[in-house]
Design a protein around this ligand. Structure first.
Ligand code: ADP
Length: 655
């Protein structure tokens, strides 16, 4: 008992050690994983940072290079702008390229300049030609005569005179109340690009504006609005070379006439370009007065529409490329913005931290800036690595967590298997030790009887013949019991090792059971129990080992008698169920609890009630019965209830 308590304590120690081991392994792995992850994270951040710095260097170098390329390209521009100056293959791709020279102002692409820094030059005509018409119109108020005089001039060979004559004719027709005629005359001038020497503005614009006003004054609102809208669109397309003042006044008037309208999205950029051209003009004036031989510089403005203008001037001309909007983005980031694909937010920011181009800088994540002092700009690039390397780490983290969980699970399983093994081993050990003590007990009582009786007989102390005879009978019985016990153990040993030989022969099961019962009764006298045998009618032929089946009958009978101490009868019955021979051994004894019913067929297992009632036994009887039945392809069943008794049923196939 003491040994067993120590054993249990040992098991607890082993289980505790296993649990501690699992915890320690899990803890160590967790710590290791965490360290590994944080190292990975630091490494990834370092890599991302390097990548960010590299990209920033590439970006700012690219920007400076593109500016220098433009500067050197501008310095090669001769007296005339090369055609396709702003084409995608040129360094000034997307920019507005302007040239100032004695010949005037040149712009590429056309229509990009809403107004010019100086009034455009116009042609001239002989003003005397119109003195007659002037006199008739303003002095004598002879509108008819004036109209006739102008009509004549509309056929003049000089296009300038024709244009001036048409403009005047339309005006006189309007004064005379000939509205339709006046409008028609104005329409003839719609496409006239020549600039009126008197107004300094193109005849086309003058006539179209007059026509809109005429329509508005004659209460033809919708036609007037439509015409005003068309005029506004053309004005914003930059097709007329206007001075800033002319553009501003036409813009205001036409807007009023057109009513509310959506502004073209390109307009602010065009206005910014026109303003930049104005500044360039000032630079050109200063340069001409300075007497310098050459000038290369750039102007920048980070207003509503940020602009960069790169200029190159020599005494003959000034050439400049003006970048705004998309052109500025291309100048800053290059044609293909690869940084965006790498998950970077790249932005060009001005001296007041206002975004000029690119994406809004990310608030968190890695960030770096590159000032553009090398390009002589107060602006800088800001790069934010918001998504950099972010995709990689969570994947790794999951990989580590899953691996860690897997390892912990494996260790736990291994420890569980170990603990289970230990518990099983302990249980087996306990059963074996129970078995040894039970067998020792079984041996002790016949041996004690043998020793005492042989002593009495040997010393010749028994003189009464009948008592001597009784002692001899007892000696015989006890010796047989010992023999039986040893036989049982030897047989069990052979069965357990799988070495038991079976001699299968055709038998009558019913007869075999009957013989077994008689033999048991003869040897033990039923141990005080009445054995009621109910044999099947006729034969129950089976192929079986006689000795083995006798052991089955004897064991079941012995148990039935042994475990029903308060009853005086057991019942044995043989019969036939279909193709099966059946043996039932029934008692009205202590019964077997449900939870023990399946275990009692295992070797060395004894019921708790049997042990507590100090009923002798070794726990191998039913194990042998089960094994013998299995060898004969049969089955054994048990029906038992505590306090009411048990019935063991053996079924064997009929031969
Ligand atoms: P034992 O030597 O203990 O009888 P067995 O293998 O023959 O070993 O039986 C195993 C256990 O089954 C017994 O210890 C007892 O608890 C229980 N048992 C067997 N037969 C009966 C029965 N007829 N009535 C009650 N309990 C029984």
């Amino acid at each position: 008992m003491k040994r067993w308590t120590t054993h249990i304590q040992n098991i607890h120690i082993i289980l505790g050690a296993a649990a501690t081991l699992v915890l320690m392994v899990a803890g160590a792995l967790g710590w290791l994983g965490w360290r590994l992850l944080s190292q990975e994270e630091t490494l990834a951040r370092q890599q991302a940072h390097n990548q960010l710095e590299q990209t920033a260097d590439v970006l700012s170098a690219g920007f400076v290079r593109r500016m220098t390329d433009t500067e050197s390209w501008l310095s090669q521009v001769q007296s005339a702008l090369p055609s396709g100056a702003a084409s995608p293959s040129s360094p000034a791709a997307g920019a507005v390229v302007v040239k100032f020279s004695q010949a005037g102002i040149e712009v590429q692409p056309a229509g990009q300049l809403l107004y010019y820094p100086v009034a455009p030059s116009s042609g001239a005509f002989e003003a005397d030609l119109f003195s007659e018409a002037n006199k008739l119109e303003f002095q004598t108020q002879d509108l008819k005569g004036a109209a006739a005089a102008c009509s004549v001039l509309t056929a003049n060979k000089s296009p300038m005179v024709r244009a001036e004559a048409l403009l005047r004719l339309a005006r006189i027709q309007n004064k005379s109340g000939q509205l339709q005629e006046s409008i028609a005359t104005y329409e003839k001038l719609n496409d006239e690009q020549r600039i009126s020497p008197l107004a300094g503005e193109p005849y086309g614009l003058l006539s179209r504006f007059q026509r809109v006003q005429l329509l508005a004054n004659s209460h033809r609102e919708s036609s007037a609005r439509q015409a005003a809208l068309a005029l506004k669109t053309d004005l914003e397309s930059g097709q007329w070379p206007l001075s800033k003042e002319s553009y501003a006044s036409y813009d205001k008037e036409v807007r009023d006439l057109a009513g509310e309208s959506v502004e073209s999205p390109a307009l602010p950029a065009k206005l910014a370009v026109a303003a930049a051209v104005e500044k360039l003009w000032d630079e050109w004036q200063n340069f001409q007065h300075s007497g310098s031989r050459s000038l290369t510089k750039h102007l920048h403005d980070s207003g509503t529409v940020p602009v960069i203008a790169i200029l190159n001037a020599n005494p003959d001309r000034l050439a400049a490329a003006i970048y705004a909007g998309e052109a500025l983005r291309r100048l800053a980031f290059g044609p293909a913005d690869a940084s965006e694909q790498r998950g970077l937010a790249v932005s060009l920011v001005d001296e007041h931290d206002q975004l000029i181009s690119g994406s809004i800088p990310g608030a968190d994540g890695l960030q770096t800036t590159r000032p553009l002092a090398a390009a002589d700009l107060p602006w800088h690039f800001t790069l934010t690595g918001a998504r950099m390397g972010a995709g990689l780490l969570p994947e790794r983290r999951w990989f580590y967590i899953v691996t860690l969980a897997g390892i912990v699970l494996l260790v736990s399983l291994a420890c569980y298997a170990m603990a289970r093994g230990v518990i099983r081993e302990a249980a087996a050990g306990r059963l074996q030790s129970d078995f040894v003590s039970a067998v020792s007990h079984e041996f002790r009582s016949p041996l004690t009887t043998l020793r005492q009786l042989t002593e009495l007989l040997a010393e010749g102390r028994i003189h009464d013949e009948s008592r001597r005879q009784l002692y001899f009978t007892t000696l015989q019985k006890e010796t047989y019991r010992l023999y039986q016990l040893v036989e049982d153990l030897l047989d069990f040993g052979r069965m357990d090792a799988g070495r038991r030989q079976y001699k299968i022969e055709p038998l009558d099961f019913s007869e075999l059971v009957r013989d077994g019962v008689y033999e048991y009764q003869r040897q033990s006298n039923g141990n005080g129990h009445r054995i009621e045998l109910n044999s099947a009618e006729g034969k129950l032929p089976v192929n079986a080992d006689r000795e083995a089946l006798r052991r089955v009958v004897r064991n079941l009978l012995e148990n039935a008698v042994k475990y029903s101490p308060d009853s005086n009868a057991v019942w044995v019955e043989t019969g036939c169920e279909g193709q099966l021979a059946v043996l039932r051994v029934r008692d009205q004894g202590m019964g077997i609890p449900r939870e023990e019913q399946s275990r009692i067929f295992d070797k060395f297992v004894r019921g708790e009630a049997a042990k507590q009632a100090c009923i002798q036994g070794s726990g191998i009887g039913l194990a042998m019965v089960k094994e013998i039945v299995r060898i004969h392809h049969g089955a054994i069943d048990l029906d038992s209830e505590v306090g009411r008794g048990s019935t063991f049923m053996v079924r064997l196939p009929l031969s």
